[in-house]
Design a protein around this ligand. Structure first.
Ligand code: PRP
Length: 181
């Protein structure tokens, strides 16, 4: 699919072909690493949904998917994040791969990992399409990484600006003059 670059963007940072190729590579690696295990892909709504949907189809072993939702953390709150939707399935003893569209400060993944650990999975790893290490507050382990990005506000492929642009098939950076909601 082609898509006209929205006027709020200045450039495509990761195009559709690069995403497709990297997702396929990650899928092959994950299938190899989790072969024979009770694999669960879990993502945090809403942004991670898009990456998870493509990634799970690139993993050629049996797996299940599940979803969580958290409230965005409030800057200055000491990293407070609140669970707003819990898992549907029991993950005790399972091999869990937490799939995220982006790890930025790391506070969301850090919080979600602590929730998941409390369910005693046999294995717990993180797969992030985008890693933005410049703003990291919580040091989180990323076992599978799609791309490392500089500290730019990016949208597309699940990432939004005021709830929009998640459906762009690529990741694009926002123009500096765009006012964030
Ligand atoms: C985004 C993204 C991650 C989180 C990463 O979610 O999907 O969950 O931010 O940021 P962090 O590393 O600084 O915690 P957001 O809160 O924007 O919600 P959304 O997925 O519904 O867009």
């Amino acid at each position: 699919m082609t898509s006209t670059l929205p006027t709020v963007c200045d450039q495509v940072l990761v195009d559709e072909a690069a995403i497709d190729q990297r997702v396929a590579e990650l899928g092959r690696q994950i299938a190899e690493d989790f072969e024979g295990q009770d694999l669960r892909l879990i993502t945090v709504l809403k942004g991670g949904l898009f990456f998870l949907a493509d990634l799970c189809r690139a993993i050629d072993i049996p797996l299940r998917v599940d979803f969580m939702a958290v409230s965005p953390y409030v800057v200055g709150s000491g990293g407070t994040v609140r669970l707003t939707k819990d898992l549907s399935d029991d993950i005790g003893g399972a091999s869990v791969l937490l799939v995220e569209d982006v790890v930025d400060t790391g506070l969301t993944v850090n919080y979600v990992l602590s929730l998941l650990r409390a369910h005693h999975p046999a294995r717990l790893e993180v797969c992030a399409l985008l890693d933005k290490p410049a703003r990291r507050i919580a040091d989180v382990p990323i076992a599978y990484r799609g791309f490392s990005l500089a500290d730019r506000f990016v949208i597309g492929y699940g990432l939004d600006l005021g709830g929009r642009y998640r459906n762009l098939p690529y990741v694009a950076s926002l123009r500096d003059e765009v006012v964030l909601p």
